[in-house]
Design a protein. Structure first.
Length: 95
């Protein structure tokens, strides 16, 4: 839930006082999440039809919410041929 607050998809009061299932329903209907694991309260952010994260700039291949990115992204290795570039999506565009 902290990731959703950091991304400003959920406000702190809502995160603390509203049922996660209701939050998931609202975010899913808005097209912001694809999945919610009720057992662990884990959200999966929606992706574009291309498979890219909704926060990935299609041209630059850089995260548009880098300072607010979810923990999954924060923990992603920062090493490789293109640090700060998403490893997913169309490889031809990232060259």
């Amino acid at each position: 839930m902290a990731d959703l607050v950091r991304l400003e998809l959920v406000d702190p009061f809502e995160a603390e006082h509203e049922d996660p299932k209701q939050i998931a329903k609202r975010l899913s209907k808005a097209g912001l999440i694809d999945h919610f694991n009720f057992k662990n309260s884990i959200f999966s952010l929606a992706r574009r039809a291309s498979g890219d994260c909704q926060f990935l700039d299609a041209k630059t291949r850089r995260c548009t919410v880098y300072d607010k990115r979810p923990n999954t992204c924060r923990l992603h290795p920062q090493v490789g041929p293109r640090p700060n570039h998403c490893p997913y999506g169309n490889r031809a565009q990232s060259r």
